[in-house]
Design a protein around this ligand. Structure first.
Ligand SMILES: Cc1cc2nc3c(=O)[nH]c(=O)nc-3n(C[C@H](O)[C@H](O)[C@H](O)COP(=O)(O)OP(=O)(O)OC[C@H]3O[C@@H](n4cnc5c(N)ncnc54)[C@H](O)[C@@H]3O)c2cc1C
Length: 389
């Protein structure tokens, strides 16, 4: 058995960031990073946006350079909380502090064994090279990943149908006005969007609830991701929709932390699980600080982005699709602000060309974090700089 130290299960965005942050924050002991995957840890966002080629999170040599033991192809199979030890496919190993960063997995579509999913580099390798003129792709689920894949597939000339059971696309976290703009853009690009009905697989494709047929050579389901909590549950940690943690990423067990897509943060009497690249990084960094004994921290502002065609959707805060918003139209796109009942700015959502809105989103994020109460007229007026607000 090797010396205990910091053990991290999962080498995704959260786990890798935590490992390097431990070193940046001065930790000199052993850091072990377990990955059941064989590939050098890679970014997931490019998998649905480009040619699907994996982009490493850190260069391979950086791990050894920082004294981080990267155990590729090593699955952690059990956690012994009392003995502070991990059961791995390579044997048993002790730890002082443990970070669970096991991420999430694509939800499976019942009754459709032919459906493919997009979560890993190996999934992308199965899907992306086949996207070409003549291929008929059916995407089930109009969430972010499904729509990004639809845009990528259109760019490669495939025929694309997106089928969504909800009445509109992106119902969960995107305000209806921006979802509508995106739907219009997909339609203009030639994507057939079918909303408000499900589909069942039949030979040659899918049959819609209204009896219509969607001929498909490939079916990809993008119906959300489920947190990977099995290890935590088996060890007896508190789990709801994710491993429950406080703002310092401490789980219900001493010495055990969780970060990234697998965790749900208790906040204001509820728990919040965020699936986003920036959140996974932030959380890995915060968890590392907490593992080294840092005091409780305020939770970061939720944020995600999505690229579809030349458009970039960015959302900071937690927009409420049922609540009103104030719009600001800029040359590069449109921003929507929502305020809390006490007038504080609560969220900003933007849809614009490329990075045209990035500066304004950043400024709005600062306003939100400062608890600013800008007047709705000022928010709506593009002549009033957000910086001055
Ligand atoms: C196709 C795609 C596109 C995306 N695009 C965007 C985007 O545009 N914008 C955005 O904000 N977010 C995007 N995301 C979300 C973002 O990538 C995730 O939120 C982020 O990767 C989560 O990081 P994580 O470290 O929590 O989990 P993951 O990246 O899922 O990593 C967890 C790792 O743990 C490993 N693991 C699990 N269990 C074990 C075990 N028992 N033993 C060893 N290893 C284990 C898994 O195999 C995996 O490698 C996208 C995600 C996908 C899949």
């Amino acid at each position: 058995m090797s010396a205990p130290g910091m053990a991290i299960i999962g080498a995704g965005e959260a786990g890798v960031r935590a490992a390097f942050a431990l070193r940046e924050q001065g930790y000199g002991g052993p850091v072990r990073l377990y990955s059941e995957e064989e590939s050098l840890p890679y970014e997931r966002p490019p998998l649905s946006k480009t040619d699907g080629a994996a982009r490493p999170i850190m260069p391979g040599e950086a791990y050894a350079g920082q004294g981080i033991e990267l155990r590729l192809g090593t699955k952690v199979e059990g956690i012994d909380l009392d003995g502070r030890a991990l059961e791995t496919s390579a044997g048993s190993e002790r730890y002082d502090r443990l970070l669970i960063a096991t991420g999430a997995e694509a939800r499976r579509l019942a009754g459709c064994p032919e459906a493919l999913y997009l979560r890993r580099d190996s999934d992308a390798a199965r899907i992306l090279p086949r996207l070409e003129p003549g291929l008929r792709l059916a995407v089930i689920g109009a969430g972010l990943i499904g729509l990004e894949l639809a845009a990528t597939a259109r760019a490669k000339g495939a025929e694309v149908t997106v089928i969504e059971t909800a009445p509109r696309i992106l119902g969960r976290a995107v305000l209806p006005e921006l979802a509508q703009l995106l739907a219009e853009r997909h339609a203009a690009e030639g994507v057939r969007l079918v909303t408000g009905q499900g589909a069942v697989p039949v030979p040659g494709g899918l049959r819609l609830e209204d009896g219509g047929m969607v001929a498909a050579d490939m079916i990809v389901a993008g119906i959300g991701a489920a947190p990977r909590t099995d290890l935590a549950e088996a060890a007896g940690l508190e789990v709801a929709d994710g491993i429950l943690v406080d703002a310092g990423h401490r789980s219900s067990a001493e010495h055990v932390f969780a970060a990234g897509d697998c965790c749900a943060i208790r906040q204001d009497g509820r728990s919040l699980r965020l699936e986003s690249w920036r959140m996974a990084r932030d959380q890995g960094e915060r968890a590392a600080a907490a593992m080294l004994g840092a005091a409780a921290m305020a939770a970061p502002l939720p944020y995600f982005w999505s690229d579809q065609y030349d458009l970039c959707l960015q959302v900071a805060g937690l927009p409420d699709p049922a609540a009103p918003s104030v719009a600001r139209t800029l040359p590069g796109g449109r921003l929507l602000f929502q305020t809390a009942p006490d007038g504080r700015l609560a969220s900003v959502s933007g849809l614009g060309t490329g990075t045209a809105l990035s500066k304004d989103i950043k400024l709005a994020e600062r306003l939100i974090l400062r608890g600013a109460r800008p007047a709705p007229e000022a928010l709506a007026d593009p002549a009033q700089s957000l910086k001055r607000l």
